[in-house]
Design a protein around this ligand. Structure first.
Ligand SMILES: *[C@@H]1O[C@H](CO)[C@@H](O)[C@H](O)[C@H]1NC(C)=O
Ligand SMILES: *[C@@H]1O[C@H](CO)[C@@H](O)[C@H](O)[C@H]1NC(C)=O
Ligand SMILES: *[C@@H]1O[C@H](CO)[C@@H](O)[C@H](O)[C@H]1NC(C)=O
Length: 415
């Protein structure tokens, strides 16, 4: 599933006025019809918006009753010291579970992780968390009981899906307080160990204050992670060392480097260089950049995508000898690894791009091109994590693996 797309919400078209004179009651009748149509449309649109991760729309705040603020000032300067329990292998294996498919949340999967994250708990315009649909509620209950039921020591976390951006919350003191208190009580009520904030499409320096307030509000054993885009192409200018004063670790979106050019095939998360035009857009360059900023490499995790990208009409190679980079006429689509397997693609011969350490399939008959992670590409990334002394990896998303957990089993070789 495409998580990085900007969905545009179109304004509903209103019917044209008749040039003829109309009677008053007819106008009223029309007006009522328009109201009903708009109501249905806005309901439909809100459902669409709901499904888009961290979609940014202008706030439309219904003034919900705000709980009286706590008597203690939340802008105290004493910071609780976070103690993240060292893992058996000292590395993190963080699995993000997509709430759309509750049946994919299994104990076998959770028990292979150090952190299980439920994506996503909805957040209202004013920063208040709350599950709104029965489907999400059922998935979350399944997630909680499964994750807490495993015998391994897995940290159970949530990730938040905002109706608005974190920027909106950070800009208003009132919303910041609501958000911080809402997260704290959510974690407490559901006995959850921590929270992830997705700042993939955020670039607002005051978000740091929001993070700081949250750190102060939560207790020392509750975890905070932040998901950040990869510079330089994202344009994000966050001070990662500042973030890590308050967050326990950072999940880097070390993928999708070439997403702006959808008419060219290429790896989703290349460890090393792309072709000439795309130098320095790879996991190595990203993590070298982050490392220079933070000097605490153990707090950084790279991503392992569990989805496959497919281009149709992939034709000429862009650079001789690099079969992976081709001009394609159609945009890519994304399917889970499990779907790619179901469709029989894993029966095809898989090719390997030595320079970027990525796997792909090119079917010259149908001119279809697929790229994905497999055991080989993952093992290179695991080696990179060890060599660079990174904290570990995060998986997007767990439910995209096949029933045999092929990708997850490759990933767990980290320990
Ligand atoms: C929301 O309610 C508070 C308290 O009643 C009030 O001060 C504030 O102006 C209201 N905000 C909006 C947007 O109506
Ligand atoms: C921190 O909060 C969690 C609830 O999320 C609770 O289980 C834990 O006991 C608290 N720890 C401390 C040290 O208060
Ligand atoms: C990894 O990145 C560093 C810094 O950008 C660079 O010097 C090095 O050559 C890269 N390694 C490979 C194998 O491309």
């Amino acid at each position: 599933m495409a998580t990085g797309e900007n969905e545009r919400v179109k304004e509903p078209m209103l019917p044209q006025r008749s040039p003829n004179a109309v009677r008053c009651c007819k106008i009223i009748a029309e007006f009522i019809v328009i109201l009903i149509v708009c109501g249905i449309l806005s309901l439909g649109l809100s459902v669409i918006i709901w499904t888009v991760y961290d979609n940014v729309v202008s706030p439309d705040v219904t003034n919900t009753t705000v709980e009286p603020l706590e008597t203690t000032s939340i802008t105290t300067t004493t910071m609780p010291t976070t103690t993240t329990k060292p893992l058996a292998c000292q590395k993190r294996i963080i699995g993000f579970f997509n709430a759309f498919d509750a049946k994919e949340i299994t104990a076998a999967r959770v028990s292979k992780l150090t952190h299980a994250v439920f994506a996503k708990i909805p957040m209202d315009y004013n920063g208040e968390l709350g599950i709104k649909t029965q489907e999400t509620d059922e998935a979350f209950e399944k997630f909680k009981s499964t994750a807490k039921g495993v015998e391994t020591d897995v940290k159970v976390m949530i990730s938040i899906c905002g109706k608005t951006s974190y920027r909106e919350i950070a800009q208003k003191t009132e919303y910041t307080r609501i958000f911080v208190n809402s997260v704290a009580s959510f974690l407490e009520n559901h006995l959850i160990d921590g929270v992830d904030m997705n700042w993939e499409r955020e670039n607002y320096h005051n978000n740091i204050n929001l993070l700081k307030e949250l750190r102060i509000r939560l207790n020392g054993s509750q975890l905070i992670s932040v998901t950040l885009p990869s510079p330089p192409n994202s344009g994000a200018t966050f001070q990662v060392d500042e973030i890590l004063k308050y967050a326990d670790f950072v999940n880097v979106v070390s993928m999708g480097y070439y997403d702006t050019d959808r008419t060219r095939t290429g790896p989703i998360s290349p460890l090393y260089s792309g072709f000439d035009g795309w130098k320095k857009l790879d996991v190595n360059a990203t993590m070298k950049y982050f490392n220079k900023e933070v000097k605490i490499s153990e707090k950084l995790n790279i991503v392992i995508p569990f989805f496959t990208r497919i281009w149709s009409n992939a034709i000429d190679v862009v650079e001789p000898g690099r079969e992976m980079f081709r001009d394609a006429q159609n945009e890519f689509s994304q399917v889970p690894f499990s779907k790619m397997k179901e469709d029989g693609w894993t029966e095809h011969k898989t090719s390997w791009d030595k320079k970027s350490k990525s796997s792909y399939i090119y079917d010259s008959e149908t001119k279809t091109f697929l790229t994905f992670e497999n055991e080989e590409s993952i093992s290179w990334k695991l080696q990179f994590i060890r060599e660079e002394n990174l904290g570990g990896l995060w998986i997007r998303f767990m439910d995209m693996d096949d029933d045999e957990n092929t990708l997850l089993n490759s990933v767990t070789k980290l320990c």
